[in-house]
Write a protein that binds this ligand. Structure first.
Ligand code: HEM
Length: 196
């Protein structure tokens, strides 16, 4: 069989040729009859409409494949391994190009890279308030209010049993899904700012 000069599996090529050059030939001829416009013909023939849509889809796919071949694949980033202060963690909200727009969050004083979950934690995500923060209190109290996260160290001693259990469940969830980066380093200033 005649081959396309680009990558397409044999089965896709075979379907394309059969549809476009054999079965559709009669339909195409009738499209150009003078007594009806091709638009009317199309409306009256679901088969033709289907074949035309399929052809348009295949042309679109071929175009996309060709364009994609020209793009270099994105460079995979090295795993991030680093203990951080609360201040350093603040950069990791998905907006800072100096840290490759990575996203990290803290839970139970450990840092996880959640860039893979940017639909959740990225700037437009529903949980963007956790990005770049030690968000244990929000996980414990099931809150999305960033005002619940203190500026300094949060010792969490006021949490009740249910809240501690909720925090532990979220820790299991996050730590099973995302790579660990390191631990939070608390500075003397963070201890002073401790509010809870
Ligand atoms: C009406 C309230 C809420 C609804 C309907 C809701 C619903 C959802 C849904 C459907 C997902 C996606 C789950 C998945 O695809 O795996 C999700 C993820 C998540 N939710 Fe909520 N949520 C709500 C409130 C909250 C609150 C208050 C928190 C605060 C702790 C929260 C924390 C999260 C987190 C952290 C994730 C992402 C987990 C991951 O990284 O995979 N959600 N939520």
């Amino acid at each position: 069989m005649t081959k396309f000069p680009i990558f397409l599996s044999d089965s896709v090529q075979s379907i394309f040729f059969k549809l476009v050059f054999s079965q559709s030939a009669n339909n195409i001829k009738s499209h150009f009859r003078m007594d009806k416009t091709w638009m009317q013909e199309l409306k009256e023939s679901p088969t033709s409409m289907f074949l035309l849509s399929l052809s348009a889809y295949l042309v679109y796919k071929i175009g996309c494949d060709l364009l994609r071949k020209d793009e270099p694949p994105p460079k995979p980033l090295e795993p991030l391994k680093q203990d951080m202060t609360l201040n350093e963690l603040k950069k990791y909200t998905g907006l800072d190009a100096s840290v490759d727009k990575r996203i990290c969050l803290g839970i139970k004083d450990e840092i996880f890279e959640v860039t893979r979950g940017k639909n959740f934690y990225g700037p437009d995500g529903p949980y963007s308030c956790f990005a770049g923060r030690e968000a244990s209190r929000c996980f414990a109290t099931f809150s999305k209010d960033e005002d619940d996260i203190p500026e300094g160290r949060d010792d969490l001693t006021d949490l009740n049993a249910d809240q501690k259990s909720s925090l532990n469940d979220w820790y299991e969830n996050i730590s099973s899904k995302y790579p660990k980066v390191g631990k939070i380093i608390y500075t003397p200033e963070d201890e002073i700012k401790k509010t809870k």
